[in-house]
Each structure stands twice: as structure tokens, then as C-alpha cells.
Design a protein around this ligand. Structure first.
Ligand code: FAD
Ligand code: MLT
Ligand code: ZN
Length: 470
């Protein structure tokens, strides 16, 4: 019997099975450099049939398989454990746009297609694929679907799930499910597609997807707005939404500490304000009608908001360079956090109207027990999604700070639960939140999830130890 990597090489070709430490580096450490594992091999199939053969072989051998796309996930879901016995299944060679249908407004793509490639392909036929996030130059559509990614345009277009019509999935035993329908309506029983979306590689490997396209926006208006406090962000959101309706495509919130961090750590980032205000919003209106005067609408709402004391200053982008510079500040926050040192991250969803109350209460609860921590709070306010992140106090070393992970998670997430929110809005559970899930999900919900896992993956080879405890 030849070694497992050799047999895998027999399926995908020896150039596509990586066993040397140096070759595996980019695959065994996550983007945040928080998780590190070891792999028996990194296997890079080039087709759905090869994925099927790899899974058939691994399930026969009882070898665990960790699906991986761009490895940009924020919950440690794509990192193997330290046993050295798991195989990473990297989908990045499967990067073909299979079909674009401008009449049906759909695009069909391999799961390993980088998100930006899909956006570009849509653009080339005069259409728009709206999923957009900071990692779009390297994350893959398979990873986006496996985590049900959100991003900056959920407000108008929904998350990855809402942008998907069909899927092709390889099951743990190697069977291929061809669910690549491009239908807007299909009521033929249980929705299998939606089971795989957000399942984080634990139920099957997504190999292809049919995605929805939209008319391309021709008019855009972007503004960064200075606010006196976080309550004002909600008032501004409500005001703008009631005037702009669906034309409000992004409404991103960040606190002064986030912007200060970006200015300190991200080359080329420049604040448009002389003094960084306590709370900031980056907003975008867009319209498919090039003649729509959304810039005037934006200016009007901003003027009224300043008169009402909701906003203290605002910068409306006058060029695409200025638009990019404003987004650079927002999208630089994750990068700045990694450079600044250890962060305890929370990716929470709350009822929108209660966001400010939550922030007040949570900050007080944390300050009362652990004074001096830095609060880096930002996120997709229009979706009720905050990245509620904490960094160490000046007097603490990294070790002492990380030792607070459990108690801090409990403070934040217990409060989220009390507000009827969610402990993962868009990043998923992975290994980061796995052990907290039972505290917040009902027994009935957890039992159904475990039953599904057993049904789809009886041998437990698909991404074990992620999402659910094994
Ligand atoms: P990976 O990291 O490779 O994998 C993520 C999970 O999906 C793992 O559990 C993996 O096993 C599974 N998986 C991957 N591919 C497949 C497949 N083909 N079949 C089955 N399972 C698979 N997320 C948001 O939602 N909104 C944001 O705004 C956002 N911004 C980000 C900004 C930055 C700078 C970064 C680094 C990340 C950001 N993310 C954001 C995190 C986000 O989850 C990922 O960027 C993306 O969705 C993951 O795609 P990926 O291809 O990198 O997946
Ligand atoms: C974002 O919105 O920028 C992301 O989800 C990334 C993060 O939370 O760091
Ligand atoms: Zn986010």
C-alpha cells in the first residue's frame, strides 16, 4: 500500500499534492495568524470529478479533509489541527467562470474563483455582482458561500445566501450533487442548497455555484460623516434610509479608536477630518439610472442632519480616487488590528435599533471588571452587525490579555444573547466560537444540527472540530 499523499497524487497529479513544510506554509496558518496547524498534504484538485475522487478515497481511508478557499476566513475554519493527519483540500485551481447569462441575470462559476474575478466577469457583460468585502481580491466564492459571507452591500442586496440560486456539491463519500439550477422559483421540497450555505465545509465541498447578477449602478455618491456620538449613527441611518430607500447601499460605522489605529498602521491612509471625531460613518448611495441625482439627495440629508446636530462634519467624495481613499480607512481596520497586536474579536448581530444601547451597556460591563482595555468597534451598522473587538490595556502583556478571552467572550456574548442577537453575524463559527455555541443555541437546534452532520458525513471526515464539537 503506497502512502496516502502518493495515492492522492495518483488522483490530482503529483505537482498538486504539497507535502513539504515550505510549500504548505500559506495553507496551515490563517489570515489573522491566530491559528496554526499541520497537514498530511495539501491537495489541489482541478475539477469536480477530482474533488469527488479525493473525497471517496479519504472517506475510505478515514482521513479528515479540511476544505479551503482563499484562507481569509476569520473563525479558523480552514486551518487543520496539529495532528499532521488531516488533508487540506484547496479549491483554488478550480477558478473557471463556467457561464454568464445576461438575460437570466446569472453567472455560474467554479468554487475556487476569486470573488473579484466574478465581479469583473459580471462587469464585462454590463452586469453587477454585489457581494463585496475587504478580502475580495483573495477570498473565493466557495469560501464566501461556506461562511455565508456578508460584507458592505448586504443592506441593499443581502448576504451570500441571498445571492445564490444553485450549487454543485461533492458529498463526503464522493457523490456529486448537481444542484446548479438557475431558477428563481423551485418548490420541490427541502432546500438542500441552503443547508450547504453557511455550513463551513462540514456537510460537503462546494465545487460550483449559480449566482444572481444585477443591473450595474451607474451613479454613486460616497460620504464620510463625523458624528458627535454613536446614537447619532442610528438617527442618521434612519433618516437616510427613509429618504434614499434601497439606494442606500452601504452604511459602515467606526469609532475614533479604529480610525486612529488605521492612521497609525496603514500606509497611505489619511483622515478627511482635521480631528478624528468620536464616531464616523462611511455611506454610499447608488442608482442604476445614470441621471439620478443621488449626490444632491445625499448633500440634502447631510445638511439637514448637521442642522439637527446629528452630524458635525461631512466629506462627500468628489472623485473615484477620493472614494477609494475613504474606503481605504474603513477597509484598513482589519489589517491595522493584525499589525497592532493581539485582538479579541466578536462578530455580533443585534436588532438595529438597540445597537447604541448595547454598546453603552457592554462597555460599562467590561470597564467595570477590566478597566483600560481598548474598544475597537466598527461594522456594518445598517445590517445590525458590529465587529466588537478588544485590544489589551497599556499595562498588560499579550499573555495576560489573551487569558481574558473566555471571561470577555462571556460578557459580550451573554449580553448579545440577552438582546436576542447572534454571536456570529457573518464570519461563522469555525473553531473560534465552537465551544461557545452550545451556550447560546437551544438544545433542539443543536440536536438538529448534529443529526444533519451525521446524515451528510457519517464518518466525520469533513472539517472535524469546526462549527460543532466532535
Ligand atoms: P476560507 O478562509 O478558505 O474558508 C472559510 C471556511 O469555508 C472554512 O470553514 C472552510 O473549510 C470553508 N470552505 C472554503 N471553501 C469551501 C468550499 N469550496 N466548500 C466547502 N467549504 C469551504 N467576511 C464577511 O462576511 N464580511 C466582511 O466584510 C469580511 N471582510 C473581511 C476583510 C478581510 C480583510 C478579511 C481577511 C476577511 C474578511 N471577511 C469578511 C472574512 C470572510 O469570511 C472571508 O474573507 C471569506 O468569505 C472566506 O472566503 P475564503 O475563500 O477565504 O474561505
Ligand atoms: C470587516 O467588516 O472589515 C470584516 O468583517 C473584517 C473584520 O472583522 O476584521
Ligand atoms: Zn465585516
Amino acid at each position: 500500500m503506497t502512502a496516502i499523499p502518493d495515492q492522492l497524487a495518483g488522483i490530482v497529479g503529483k505537482d498538486h499534492v504539497l507535502t513539504a513544510d515550505a510549500d504548505q506554509q500559506a495553507y496551515v496558518v490563517d489570515w489573522m495568524k491566530k491559528y496554526r496547524g499541520r497537514a498530511l498534504a495539501v491537495v489541489r484538485p482541478g475539477s469536480t470529478e477530482e474533488v469527488a475522487s479525493v473525497l471517496r478515497f479519504c472517506s475510505q481511508q478515514g482521513v479528515a479533509v479540511i476544505p479551503q478557499g482563499g484562507n481569509t476566513g476569520m473563525a479558523g475554519g480552514a486551518t487543520p489541527d496539529m495532528s499532521g493527519g488531516q488533508v487540506i483540500l484547496s479549491l483554488t485551481r478550480m477558478n473557471r467562470i463556467r457561464e454568464i447569462d445576461p438575460v437570466g441575470n446569472t453567472i455560474t462559476a467554479d468554487a475556487g474563483c476569486v470573488l473579484a474575478t466574478i465581479q469583473q466577469a459580471a462587469c464585462e457583460v454590463g452586469r453587477f455582482f454585489p457581494l463585496s468585502l475587504g478580502a475580495e481580491g483573495s477570498c473565493t466564492i466557495g469560501g464566501n458561500l461556506a461562511t455565508n459571507a456578508g460584507g458592505i452591500a448586504v443592506l441593499r442586496y443581502g448576504n451570500a445566501r441571498e445571492l445564490t440560486l444553485g450549487l454543485e456539491v461533492v458529498l463526503a463519500d464522493g457523490r456529486i450533487w448537481d444542484g446548479l439550477q438557475a431558477l428563481r422559483k423551485d418548490n420541490t421540497g427541502y432546500d438542500l442548497r441552503d443547508l450547504f450555505i453557511g455550513s463551513e465545509g462540514t456537510l460537503g465541498v462546494i465545487t460550483g455555484a449559480v449566482l444572481k447578477l444585477y443591473a450595474a449602478p451607474s451613479a454613486r455618491a460616497t460620504a464620510m460623516v463625523a458624528l458627535p456620538n454613536r446614537e447619532a449613527a442610528l438617527e442618521l441611518f434612519t433618516r437616510l434610509r427613509s429618504r434614499a430607500g434601497d439606494r442606500l447601499t452601504a452604511f459602515e460605522f467606526m469609532t475614533r479608536a479604529c480610525v486612529d489605529l488605521v492612521l497609525a498602521h496603514v500606509a497611505g491612509a489619511v483622515s478627511p477630518f482635521a480631528a478624528v471625531p468620536p464616531a464616523i460613518v462611511l455611506m454610499e448611495l447608488s442608482d442604476t439610472d445614470a441621471k439620478a441625482d443621488i449626490a444632491s439627495l445625499l448633500e440634502e440629508v447631510l445638511t439637514e442632519s448637521m442642522e439637527a446636530g446629528i452630524a458635525t462634519d461631512a466629506v462627500v467624495a468628489q472623485s473615484s480616487e477620493q472614494t477609494k481613499a475613504l474606503w481605504r480607512i474603513r477597509e484598513g481596520i482589519s489589517e491595522a488590528q493584525v499589525r497592532a497586536g493581539k485582538t479579541i474579536k466578536h462578530d455580533i448581530a443585534l436588532p438595529i435599533g438597540r445597537l447604541a444601547a448595547f454598546m453603552d451597556e457592554c462597555e460599562q460591563a467590561i470597564e467595570a471588571v477590566y478597566p483600560g482595555l481598548q474598544f475597537l468597534v466598527f461594522g456594518h451598522l445598517g445590517d445590525g452587525n458590529l465587529h466588537y473587538n478588544l485590544q489589551r490595556a497599556a499595562h498588560m502583556d499579550d499573555g495576560a490579555f489573551y487569558a481574558l478571552t473566555g471571561p470577555l467572550n462571556a460578557i459580550v456574548h451573554d449580553l448579545v444573547h440577552r438582546y436576542r442577537g447572534s454571536i456570529s453575524a457573518e464570519h461563522g463559527i469555525g473553531q473560534l466560537r465552537r465551544d461557545e455555541l452550545p451556550r447560546y443555541k437551544s438544545d433542539v437546534a443543536l440536536q438538529m444540527m448534529r443529526d444533519l452532520k451525521r446524515l451528510f458525513d457519517p464518518a466525520g471526515i469533513l472539517n472535524p472540530g469546526k462549527l460543532l464539537q466532535t
